[in-house]
Design a protein around this ligand. Sequence first.
Ligand code: SF4
Length: 263
Amino acid sequence: MPVTDQRTPCRGKQRPRQAVRVTVPRVDPGRRRAFRRRLLVWYRRCRRDLPWRRTSDPYHILVSEIMLQQTQVDRVIPKYREFLTRYPSLEDLARARVDEVREAWYPLGYNVRPYRLHAIARQAIRRHGGRIPDDPAVLLRMKGIGRYTAGAILSFAYRKDAPVVDTNVRRVLRRVFLGVRRSATESTFWTMAAELLPRGGAYDYNPALMDFGATVCTARRPACPACPLRRQCASFPALSVISNGSGSSGRGSRGAVRAPPGP
Ligand code: SF4
């Protein structure tokens, strides 16, 4: 279990001087269970109502995840709906001309994404029987699908126990299990995320962690005083100083899926 030096005051937005890198911390089963339970209770009450949460169509999940890369949720929602009206199926997208797909993407930006999405659709049609694969190794061999996107497709579309680690998830795991003065390698975060997954529960647990990081444990103003995880959190009360008691209630839709890093 990580040790937090709670005598060290948080210095506002200043980063900790030298984050100590750690290997995968051992989280005792009781703390792990309490973390999941509290997170899921919070999620049932405060989950964000997002259009891609109402589907388990792997193609729709893929489109949403590619669109959400480095883009605010609020900007993605109308484009997601418009894009799926124009290309309702994987076949429709694969049949389209790539320059048309590029135009349909406007004004989302980060313009390599429509090309990648189009290439994935064609590859799925040609090599995978017209469907997005549900095998992690096969998914990861597809150009444009990384570990995060594969985890999102597997857990949201196929309800498999696959972890996801994005900026929000990484921040929550770091603050809760390592504390403000510790950090870890990317592979350590993936191992932690996998170890914390409740068996058979990734479908709810993954978006709960992402929503929590986007709306409560935010980069700049975490809502520590009212946080349901504060008893499990290695960064509490140190981060309460910057939260100023006025963070999000967790009911809003602010926060990017790929938010900027914080302490
Ligand atoms: S107590 Fe603060 S830092 Fe810890 S999980 Fe809650 S909001 Fe995040």
